[in-house]
Write a protein that binds this ligand. Structure first.
Ligand SMILES: NC(=O)c1ccc[n+]([C@@H]2O[C@H](COP(=O)([O-])OP(=O)(O)OC[C@H]3O[C@@H](n4cnc5c(N)ncnc54)[C@H](O)[C@@H]3O)[C@@H](O)[C@H]2O)c1
Length: 355
């Protein structure tokens, strides 16, 4: 444990830098960390976030100010300037490009942001003497697997430049951790983050065509898109559509808090799946969103996409055992929270032209 931690009502606390903290998962984690007694600080270049999210976090957290630095995570000296002499206990590294399809079109840009960004961050942390790092990894590091649910011990591979950056990121942490015992890493392999904060004030709001299923369904629900394209209904699943493990973003945020507390208290690294272990199909998701909205949503079945698999589910026992995390929320809560956000925060932001 570093000497910088303080105890607050028996909990570990202290300053935590969130790279990409203005983004979808980062903003929810900011709130969860503050609730747990930490003092989060944001670093973000706002390439995929609106500045107005800061005002929304302030309202949720009832704070008059938030410390936020508009910096590119590849700028190691600028990160060092934030960290030095400041009593940071840890960093959570969200900042990354995340669209699988785009990564195929722009592999160098993805490798630069995601891999160079990680290295530049770690160099700054080392200079500043901050050695606890929680890393946003992804179930994409498992590639295609035969054994479902997927255990953390499964062989890792990559099927896109994006997945490559996450796998390389994990391997960098493993090598550094083996060679230098000062470092402790929490590698969190997210399954499918979805939903929004219960306040309805922050959530996922992609400007472009959404890469993920839920924001796409949300746009069908608002009428922006006429119907959902369902890519194949002849998979080997209960209704023929692909089954995935959707995790509520508020649960995911809580997992970061537990990972951080474990890193700081136990001074040892972990690599774990963050999911629910429960699978839902595209049709399950469409029906649940329809229940949240109050009417059925249109869809059309179109041919399968290359690379899609029947079922992707994570084994969740290690998360329970190593960091004491298990998901609280299910599919209906995920859909209801998304719809609440679409009808409140996201609508206000669009009406007010927030940037
Ligand atoms: N959302 C998902 O489905 C999912 C699934 C698995 C893993 N992840 C990983 O989780 C992390 C967070 O994802 P998210 O969904 O919140 O994405 P997001 O795009 O909402 O958040 C990422 C944030 O990083 C910022 N950023 C991007 N490049 C930057 C740079 N060079 N310097 C500083 N800031 C930069 C963006 O402005 C954004 O605010 C990412 O690392 C992503 O790869 C996401």
């Amino acid at each position: 444990m570093t000497g910088k931690t303080t105890k607050r009502q028996g909990l570990v606390a202290g300053k935590v830098l969130l790279t990409g903290g203005a983004g979808y998962i980062g903003s929810h984690t900011f709130v969860a960390l503050q609730d747990a007694g930490f003092d989060p600080v944001i670093l973000d270049d706002f390439s995929n976030a609106k500045r107005s999210v800061l005002d929304r976090i302030k309202l949720i957290c009832q704070r008059s100010e938030i410390e936020c630095h508009q910096i590119d995570v590849r700028d190691s000296d600028a990160i060092f300037d934030i960290l030095k002499d400041r009593d940071f206990v840890a960093v959570v590294h969200f900042a990354a490009k995340k669209a699988v399809g785009e990564s195929v079109a722009q592999p160098l840009s993805y490798i630069d942001t995601n891999v160079t960004g990680l290295l530049s961050l770690m160099k700054a942390m080392e200079r500043a003497g901050v050695f606890n790092l929680v890393f946003s990894s992804s179930a994409t590091v498992y590639g295609n697997q035969d054994v479902i649910p997927i255990p953390e011990t499964a062989t890792r591979s990559f099927a896109s430049p994006y997945a490559f950056t996450k796998l390389i990121g994990e391997q960098i942490l493993e090598q550094v951790g083996h060679a230098d015992p000062r470092w402790h890493f929490g590698v969190l392999r997210y399954f499918n983050p979805a939903g929004a904060h219960s306040s309805g004030m922050i959530g996922e709001d992609p400007a472009d065509i959404p890469n993920n299923l839920m924001p796409y369904i949300a746009k069908v629900a608002t009428g922006e898109y006429e119907r959902l394209n369902v890519f194949g209904d002849d998979y080997n699943t209960h209704d023929g559509t692909g089954v995935r493990d959707y995790i509520h973003v508020m649960d995911l945020a809580e997992a970061h808090v537990k990972s951080l507390i474990t890193l700081i208290k136990n001074s040892c690294s972990h690599a774990i799946n963050i999911g629910t272990g429960q699978g839902y199909s595209v049709f399950d998701m469409l029906a649940a969103y329809g229940r949240a909205v109050g009417h059925d949503l249109s869809h059309v079945v179109v041919p399968r996409r290359d690379g899609d698999v029947d079922t992707l589910l994570g084994e969740v026992g290690r998360a329970r055992e190593e960091i004491g995390f298990s998901a609280k929320y299910g599919l209906d809560e995920i859909c209801a929270s998304s719809w609440h956000w679409i009808n409140t925060g996201a609508k206000d932001a669009a009406l007010e032209g927030e940037d």
